[in-house]
Write a protein that binds this ligand. Structure first.
Ligand code: HEC
Ligand code: HEC
Length: 386
């Protein structure tokens, strides 16, 4: 298999990772690869042509995944799942909070552990076994590259060979094409370009703890001009209480099990410190990076928002004007946080800006402020190299 011009920057191991990432013969039936859902043309995210735009289509004709596909750009910067120290701003007390890992609920410790997820998930690639995957690679077009990288006997032991192919994917996911730091904002940090007045206003609102307060979770180091200090996530978990996505057939079915996010993660209680309450993170999902956000809709773990502006407007008016976002219940009262069971409502963040407003109060962000934040977010899109 010849090496394309845009692959010459890759080491043999990384190139092998790319081949496996793009290999649609590893699914059953064949036709779906990692790249089907993580499309390099849309910041390594996508839904594989699904009829329900919020959920990716897998390899079997009717299969739909459970969540919206995130961009996997900058995912290699997530630390392994674990509990980290967090200082409570008011009391100064240090608490252990969950952070890191892969997937919206951090159920894979790291990128290597993540790979078995989609490969064997019946809703995604549906591969029946490691042997199946390894045999498909052995009989495929780049078997010689596998031998070149890992030695002539690599295919003898299926489990060991699968692990090696997974390591190659991880090496590929760690290459600069997944983190080029090539946005307008990066050039602004480097002092190579200016933001427009609107973008700059948006950036200020984004950082302001009394306005957007976005930086509290979509973190960046305020005094740093190093793009790597601006990943726009601290990889922690939070419950936003986003609306139910009624376009998802299973979610619209009465009595359908809710997506509880982090608290349903297998092994959470075992990984947690003794005083940690697992129930306190029902409804919490990992804070995603906002890099490339303008090109990675739909948004949130359930893909409920098509437009980026709606996400920002939701932050601003979730509590001041909930009728705009949630269906009406008894006596016309909006059913806030309708995607979560009542027991999880108390976990939804209601004390920090921008969500510390009440019904009928003036939102933290005006319509013009929202436009400015959106303009700023649009500067976070990586541009192709000239
Ligand atoms: C059918 C579509 C589909 C396929 C195929 C697929 N993914 Fe994903 N990917 C998703 C979805 C959906 C999620 C989010 C799932 C969740 O959080 O529960 C995801 C999450 C991820 C994440 C975690 C990102 C983060 O920030 O948490 C990584 C990394 C990833 N996929 C890599 C891969 C690799 C590598 C492959 C191939 C082995 C692959 N995916 C195949 C749809 C897909
Ligand atoms: C308390 C933490 C927190 C704050 C503050 C916060 N976010 Fe988020 N943000 C999250 C979490 C968690 C998610 C993922 C929620 C989900 O998928 O259900 C998210 C998701 C998003 C998304 C969708 C990302 C995607 O890929 O789908 C956008 C856009 C976004 N936030 C922008 C903002 C902006 C703009 C602000 C400030 C006005 C802000 N956020 C403030 C935690 C936060």
């Amino acid at each position: 298999m010849p090496t394309a011009a845009d692959e010459r920057d890759l080491t043999p191991l990384e190139l092998l990772g790319k081949r496996v990432f793009e290999d649609a013969s590893l699914s059953r039936p064949a036709g779906v690869s990692c790249a089907s859902c993580h499309d390099s043309n849309t910041a390594f995210q996508g839904n594989n042509g699904s009829s329900v735009p919020a959920l990716a289509r897998g390899s079997t004709p009717t299969s739909l995944g459970k969540r919206n596909t995130p961009s996997i750009m900058y995912a290699s910067f997530a630390p392994p799942f674990g509990f980290i120290d967090d200082t409570d701003e008011e009391t100064g007390k240090i608490e252990k909070i969950p952070a890191g890992g892969q997937f919206f609920d951090g159920r894979a410790r790291d990128l290597l552990a993540q790979i078995e997820g989609p490969m064997f998930d019946p809703q995604e690639m549906n591969a029946p076994s490691k042997r199946f995957v390894v045999d498909a690679v052995r009989d495929g077009a780049y078997a010689d590259l596998v031998r070149q990288v890992y030695g002539a006997k690599v295919f003898d032991d299926a489990d060991a060979a699968f692990e090696k192919l997974a390591q190659a994917i991880v090496a590929f996911e760690a290459t600069p094409r997944f983190h080029p730091f090539a946005s307008k904002f990066d050039d602004y940090l480097r002092g190579k370009t200016q933001l427009t007045a609107l973008e700059k206003k948006g950036f200020e609102l984004f950082k302001d703890p009394k306005k957007g307060n976005c930086l509290a979770c979509h973190a960046g180091k305020e005094d740093s001009r190093n793009p790597q200090d601006w990943l726009f996530t601290d990889f922690t978990y939070d419950a936003l209480g986003g609306p139910k996505n009624r376009a998802i057939p299973s979610a619209a079915t009465p009595g359908a099990p809710p997506d509880l996010g982090l608290c349903a993660r297998a092994g959470l209680a075992e990984a947690a410190p003794p005083d940690f309450k697992v129930d306190s993170v029902c409804g919490a999902f990992k804070v995603p990076t906002l890099r490339n956000i303008a090109v990675t809709g739909p948004y949130l773990h359930n893909g409920v928002f098509d437009k980026l502006r709606d996400v920002v407007a939701f932050y601003a008016t979730r509590d001041t004007d909930p009728g705009r976002w949630y269906p009406k219940g008894a006596r016309g009262k909006p059913l806030k946080f309708d995607d979560l069971p009542a027991t999880a409502h108390e976990n939804v963040n209601v004390d920090e800006a921008p969500y510390d407003r009440k019904l009928g109060e003036k939102p933290r962000l005006s319509d013009k402020d929202i436009d400015a934040i959106v303009a700023f977010l649009e500067t976070l899109t990586d541009r192709p190299k000239p």
